[in-house]
Design a protein around this ligand. Structure first.
Ligand code: NAD
Length: 500
């Protein structure tokens, strides 16, 4: 018996959109291959209507007291915490990641909402009394206006939450454009804001593809764009939106290296490589895809990793497996194509993820963990972001060779070093040209009160997500110089103001 796919539509001005979409996209359960939904894809005209709605809502929300705004954030935090299982289940059903991992994603997103609850403290300005005689100077930060948040498929809840709570807390209104591949969890999260008391129109969700994105990037009333996705699209978004006068933070793709020194605890390093390489089927921007083994650790490390891969269960994310399917059939086939390319280019295939038993429907988008050894920098499995469960080992002779390899890579999102030598770790954190660094920690995603962002081709723009950088991105600074009239004022003086 086939089940009618659900309609997934836009959420504008606190209501589901009731128009007829000219175009829709397919949403599938990756563990079964079944078509479970059809998502409406917004036209340029509809995105324009959402921007008009958000602009109007900003006049109310942006001038509301900090105390009232913080109350909405606290209420949202409570609702999201209470509904996290429900939302995690939606993530698993459309993204495919295992339920526990989906729950972890919601929890990390929740941290940003908690951070944004402190907005009254975060927006405090500075005040200097008497910078000149009876002249005071103070700084304030004001909302930028309507902001667009455009998010990728791999974290349908956490990535939008890197931006939405901070943007709203700062008094902006938001158009959120989630990935069209797995939009339902994002939509469910967005509805919770209304329940929390956010005024209608302050957060709107429009689904769509390039047409919707292009409209947001060029619309004169959209003032800031937070984008997360692949590097080619991030570069395009940054170029287009800045050319239209917007402030932009465009987070792109990654190739994250884990450097293992000879003095490392190899069991810890092997656990870390497997967890960070194959968690969420390698579909994390902070996944480790390149393992750099400094002589002579490679043979022993690979043996330990191989043993651990043998214990992993790949299958339906609702069945307690370790690793789920890939997000779409096309993506699964693309990643499998890289496995074939690695073999053709001369890498040693230690574990072939194309073979194996999968605990799930035969029509799911399955690919098991793959391990390559003797990978060299010119091979496509090293060069490209594969975004799947493929771990490549490159052998180097020394720490210097390892860091040169990492720094020569065009991406700079995350990296990690495994060692018991504090001096070596300190040298690495100083020398490595990457935005987020782990020391014996494989996935160094910063907590919400620090900022998340990579270097080089992993981020276009100069502001990272959340933390104080997020607050700065979503506000404009203003400095006021004030003097209240004094009966003894000095009269006319055409000279440049001097502070004496
Ligand atoms: P994607 O670039 O295909 O899509 C991201 C968003 O852009 C989606 O909302 C999509 O609808 C839109 N989009 C896609 N093509 C477009 C185009 N031509 N013009 C305008 N908009 C377009 O990325 P994805 O496959 O959804 O996500 C995976 C990618 O995201 C990986 O490269 C991953 O590394 C990256 N990512 C990066 C970070 C980070 O923090 N740096 C975090 C998560 C994901």
């Amino acid at each position: 018996m086939s089940i009618e796919p659900a309609r997934i539509t836009h959420y504008i001005a606190g209501r589901d959109w009731d128009g007829d979409a000219e175009r829709t996209g397919a949403v599938r359960n990756p563990a079964t291959g079944a078509l479970t939904g059809r998502v409406d894809l917004a036209s340029a005209g509809l995105v324009g209507e959402a921007v008009t709605t958000a602009t109007a809502a900003g006049r109310h929300w942006g001038t509301m007291s900090l105390a009232r705004r913080a109350q909405v954030l606290f209420a949202f935090r409570e609702l999201l915490s209470a509904r996290r299982h429900e939302i995690a289940a939606l993530i698993t059903a459309e993204h495919g990641k295992v339920f526990d991992d989906a729950l972890g994603e919601v929890t990390r997103g929740l941290e940003v909402a908690e951070f944004a609850c402190g907005i009254p403290q975060l927006l405090k300005g500075g005040f200097s009394e008497n910078v000149s005689t009876r002249v005071d100077v103070y700084s304030i930060r004001q909302p930028v206006g309507v902001v667009a948040v455009i998010s990728p498929f791999n974290f349908p809840v956490m990535v939008p939450l890197w931006f939405v709570p901070v943007a709203l807390a700062c008094g902006n209104t938001v158009i959120l454009k989630p990935s069209e591949k797995d939009p339902s969890a994002t939509l469910a999260m967005a509805r919770l804001w209304s329940e929390a008391g956010l005024p209608d129109g302050a957060l709107n969700v429009v689904h769509g593809d390039k047409e919707a994105v292009d409209t947001l990037l060029t619309h004169p009333d959209v003032k800031a764009v937070s984008f997360v996705g692949s590097t080619p699209v991030a570069r395009y978004v940054y170029g287009t939106a800045t050319a239209h006068g917007k402030r932009v933070q465009a987070l792109g793709g990654a190739k994250n290296h884990l450097l293992v020194l000879p003095d490392a605890d190899l069991d810890l390093a092997a656990d870390a490589a497997v967890n960070a390489g194959f968690g969420s089927a390698g579909e994390r921007c902070m996944a480790i895809s390149a393992l750099v083994a400094v002589d002579p650790v490679a043979d022993e490390l690979i043996e330990k990793i191989n043993e651990r891969i043998g214990k992993l269960r790949t299958g339906d994310g609702t069945r307690g497996c370790d690793m789920g399917p890939l997000v779409t059939r096309e993506h699964r086939d693309r990643v499998a194509g890289y496995v074939a390319a690695g073999v053709a280019e001369g890498a040693t295939l230690v574990v072939d993820g194309r073979e194996g038993d999968f605990d799930g429907d035969p029509d799911g988008f399955w690919l098991g963990p793959t391990l390559f050894d003797h990978v060299t920098p010119e091979m496509s499995v090293y060069r490209d972001e594969i975004f799947g469960p493929v771990l490549c080992v490159t052998r180097v002779k020394s720490y210097e060779d390892g860091i040169s390899l990492i720094n020569a890579n065009p991406y700079g999102n995350g990296t990690a070093i495994f060692t018991n030598d504090g001096g070596a770790a300190r040298r690495f954190q100083h020398e490595v040209e990457v935005g987020m660094v782990g020391i014996n920690v494989p996935i160094p995603v910063p907590v919400a009160y620090y900022s998340f962002g990579g270097w080089k081709n992993s981020l276009f723009g100069d502001t990272h997500a959340h933390g104080t950088e997020g607050v700065h991105f979503f506000t404009r600074g203003k400095v006021v110089t004030s003097r209240w009239l004094d009966p003894r004022h000095g009269g006319l003086n055409l000279g440049f103001p001097r502070n004496d």
